[in-house]
Design a binder for this molecule. Structure first.
Ligand code: SAH
Length: 237
């Protein structure tokens, strides 16, 4: 069985689990002295460690060695998705992390009906961490929020491929075959995009992509587009 994985800030020879990671390790996983675990510091490295002591508010660990597993994607993919209702954004974050996304931006746009606050954003980042652990990644992709649609689009400046999933496009302006290099992907919320929003994206260098003649739900569109892009980038082999 795979070892339990924990994110901690600094990894030294002697490390400690505190806060949420501590509570989960103690109350849910019931780690004991001698349990072997994997520690992640978000740098992309992974370490094996052994529990030396379970205290009232922390678990002490002795770091054994750095292991050289690498499950991180080679190409950077940034997914921007409109804020979705209920727990749909969480679903997209979870699946996107599993598929190998590097970063996720959630944005508000004209026909967007969902709202965002500090708690929701913190929750999305927690979902990212849990998904990263579950699929054995070394990094938990950060989830950031853009109140302003234009700021969201501009955050993709510098990406070699900027693709915009547009539900009212007859045909893709850009094929996805043989895609390579860093990608930024934009997918709308349940309400979709306005013509003006698409025009703004185009003026900022995005190319419209059609996902076929059927209108997909936002979460389906995000997962489908990301899957195809990851496949073309050679990340699903
Ligand atoms: N309310 C809109 C549909 C929004 S679908 C309507 O009734 O037309 C939510 C998002 O998923 C869209 O903004 C788009 O980014 C993506 N999407 C869904 N189907 C798509 C398709 N066939 N092609 C490209 N993008 C699509």
């Amino acid at each position: 069985m795979a070892r339990n994985r924990f994110f901690i800030d600094h990894i030294q020879e002697e490390a400690a689990l505190t806060g949420d990671e501590f509570r989960h390790a103690k109350n849910v996983l019931r780690l004991k002295e001698g349990s072997e675990v994997t520690l992640l510091d978000g740098s992309g490295a992974e370490y094996s460690a052994i529990v030396t002591k379970v205290e009232r508010d922390r678990i002490l660990l002795h770091v054994l060695q750095k292991t050289d597993t690498d499950r991180e994607p080679k190409t950077e993919v940034f997914l921007l998705v409109g804020a979705l209702k209920g727990d749909k954004t969480e679903l997209v974050v979870q699946k996107a992390v599993e598929l190998g996304v590097s970063k996720i931006g959630v944005f508000s746009s004209r026909y967007c009906a969902a709202y965002m606050n500090e708690n929701k954003l913190e929750r999305l980042n927690r979902v990212s961490r849990e998904a990263a652990k579950q699929c054995m990644r070394q990094i938990a992709p950060p989830v950031v929020y853009f109140e302003n649609y234009q700021d969201a689009l501009k955050s993709a400046n510098g990406y070699q491929n900027k693709l915009f999933a547009c539900e009212f496009l007859e045909q893709s302006e850009e094929g996805l075959n043989g895609l390579n290099g860093p990608c930024a992907l934009v997918v709308g919320s349940e309400g979709g995009f306005s013509e003006e929003e698409f025009a703004l994206a185009k003026s900022l260098g995005f190319r419209g992509v059609s996902l076929g003649r059927r209108i997909l739900r936002a979460e389906t569109a995000a997962i489908a587009l990301l899957s195809v892009v990851m496949y073309e980038l050679g990340e699903l082999k």
